[in-house]
Design a protein around this ligand. Structure first.
Ligand SMILES: Nc1ncnc2c1ncn2[C@@H]1O[C@H](COP(=O)(O)OP(=O)(O)OP(=O)(O)O)[C@@H](O)[C@H]1O
Length: 536
């Protein structure tokens, strides 16, 4: 925003609940303000400004809660303050691209999530505390950045790093060996060697890990197989930097693993690895992904970049803070979504889907993989569709076996998805949201999937089905009833009777959230259920 001027710490200190301060990418200049007056601060993000001069050695004294310190890409000079190194909860330290000099202080902690001192003027030995860090993470953070900037500004840290006696002199071979050694000691971590020579270290539990790579094939996006960015408003990073950054395994789906990674400016991205995505030739794949990259809608998670490997592809998306709808309905985040939130989610999903229908009128399956784990929620619980437009690229057999659209009656029985197939998936999603029940077949795959789904849909008509979490917190049974009708209308077995996408979307839009539904709130147990028995 090109903000500049004085940061008034005294005023900020009156905000008793302020726990994060970020002015990344602005024009603030001069000495660093006295942030230690904000002793409750957990995150301090000043990267990409014009701050300069030294930082007092006691600048971080008393900031016992501080976890994340981003001062990168400024013009700070002098020593790295020892008070920073002594912070007891530090997790992320990002100081790259400044003019810090002198020795690297001894850090109290060693288990960092992000640690980047590259492109400064530091010298001397690597302190003992840092030599105990995971060497591959260490290598990534020093070597990659320094290699990239070497020509511009030779970096003494790299020279230190490459000395044989230094514990951070590490090649990618060594990084891999180190990770293998670590994996052999920790049964919770496994290593897979991938066809494109990506070595993924996957923590089975959601722990921080590193994704080292070797000899990676050229993805055609530039030297070394860089990512192809399809957005102009995002920080550009290269494949090696990203895959060596700290990452967390989010899970493994039917195509491959999904990772969350932090890039240098503090931006969090999600990298999804795809196998079985060889249906398109290279040129067609590029064209398709660029078309997908042009999509812009508030309910469609934007694709940021892609990588083309012969056997494996990578797609990079924004990270959605509140995870998937599935995790809120059935998983660890299940704290009971109330009805207004569920209604907002259904409306957002319908709008996102309508947008895809409009953008891809030539395609039978504008989404193709609509299900609750592919509906993500941002920090306001706004839904974001993901994994759309994969069908054109995924191998047919794999798509038939695993993708949500292929479990519709028409696709599973007659191998002929239609323009109403995504509507079937929308209906299943609506019923899942209303009942809180997991659609039977999503845990299974195979020929009988659609029959199992039909049984599941019918079971909804046979009793008190509304999710109690939702009913308890709302008087909106009238709306729920209307929505149940729409869900059933989308799940009509016979396509002729099934709602068209624009009918479904229009009906969903008509459902209004009301604060008080006294007239209609007679309670679900008293409802006349015959309407949807008829629908079935
Ligand atoms: N951009 C994202 N932001 C936050 N969480 C995400 C993001 N993308 C995926 N996830 C979550 O990561 C987990 C793994 O996702 P992944 O796509 O690999 O599997 P899935 O969606 O369960 O299955 P499938 O591959 O069949 O779509 C899921 O819980 C998913 O919701």
């Amino acid at each position: 925003m090109e903000l500049s001027g004085t940061i008034d710490i005294d005023s900020l200190s009156e905000l008793s609940i302020l726990n994060s301060f970020s002015v990344i990418n602005n024009n603030f200049e001069g000495l660093i303000p006295e942030f230690k007056k904000l002793e409750r601060l957990r995150g301090l993000f000043l990267s990409k400004n014009k701050f300069s001069g030294g930082i007092r050695d006691d600048a971080f004294d008393g900031m016992r809660r501080l976890k994340r310190v981003f001062l990168a890409e400024n013009d700070f000079s002098g020593h790295i303050p020892s008070s920073l190194a002594q912070l007891p909860r530090l997790l992320d330290v990002n100081l790259h691209d400044n003019r810090f000099d002198g020795n690297i202080p001894e850090f109290q902690k060693s288990d960092f999530r992000v640690f980047d001192l590259s492109n400064n003027q530091l010298e001397g030995p690597i302190p003992e505390s840092l030599s105990n860090m995971d060497p591959s993470a260490f290598a990534a953070l020093f070597l990659i950045r320094n290699r990239k900037r070497k020509a511009k500004n030779p970096n003494p840290v790299e020279a230190v790093a490459s000395k044989p006696q230094s514990s951070i002199a590490i090649s990618s071979e060594e990084a891999k060996a180190s990770m293998e050694a670590r994996a052999s000691m920790e049964p919770s971590i496994s290593i897979e060697t991938k066809s494109i020579d990506v070595v993924a270290v996957e923590a089975k539990a959601a722990t921080t890990t590193v994704l080292p790579i070797q000899n990676i094939e050229d993805g055609g996006g530039g030297a070394g197989g860089d990512f192809n960015f399809v957005r102009e408003d995002r920080e550009v990073f290269d494949l090696q930097y990203l895959l060596r950054a700290s990452a967390e395994v989010l899970g493994s789906g039917s195509f491959g693993s999904t990772y969350k990674a932090l890039v240098s400016s503090g931006q969090v991205v999600v990298v999804k690895r795809f196998k079985n995505m060889n249906k398109l030739g290279k040129q067609e794949f590029f064209e398709h992904m660029r078309r997908v990259g042009r999509l812009t809608h508030p309910n469609v998670l934007p694709l940021i970049a892609f990588y083309y490997g012969k056997e494996e592809k990578l797609l990079v998306y924004d990270f959605a803070q509140n995870g998937s709808l599935a995790s809120h309905l059935h998983g660890k985040r299940n704290l009971g979504l109330d009805w207004p939130t569920r209604l907002k989610i259904i409306k957002g999903v319908a709008r996102g889907l309508a947008y895809l229908y409009r953008e891809f009128p030539d395609q039978k399956l504008p989404h193709g993989h609509l299900k609750s784990s592919n509906v993500l929620l941002d920090h306001t619980y706004k839904p974001l569709l993901t994994e759309y437009q994969l069908v054109p690229a995924i191998n047919k057999n794999h798509a038939q076996q695993f993708m949500a659209a292929f479990k519709s009656p028409e696709a599973s029985q007659y191998d002929s998805p239609t323009h109403k197939t995504d509507v079937w998936c929308l209906g299943i999603l609506i019923l899942e949201l209303l009942t809180g029940k997991f659609p039977a077949d999503y845990a299974r795959h195979g020929k009988n999937a659609s029959e199992e789904l039909e049984t599941w849909v019918k079971s909804i008509a046979s009793g008190e089905v509304l999710d109690k979490d939702m009913v308890g917190g709302s008087n909106g049974q009238g709306e729920m009833l209307k929505m149940l009708r729409i869900g059933m209308g989308c799940c009509e077995w016979d396509e002729g009777s099934r709602l068209d996408w624009n009918e479904a979307v229009a009906m969903i839009e008509e459902v209004k959230e009301k604060d008080n539904m006294e007239d209609e709130s007679s309670g679900f147990s008293e409802w006349d259920l015959s309407f949807y028995s008829e629908t079935l």
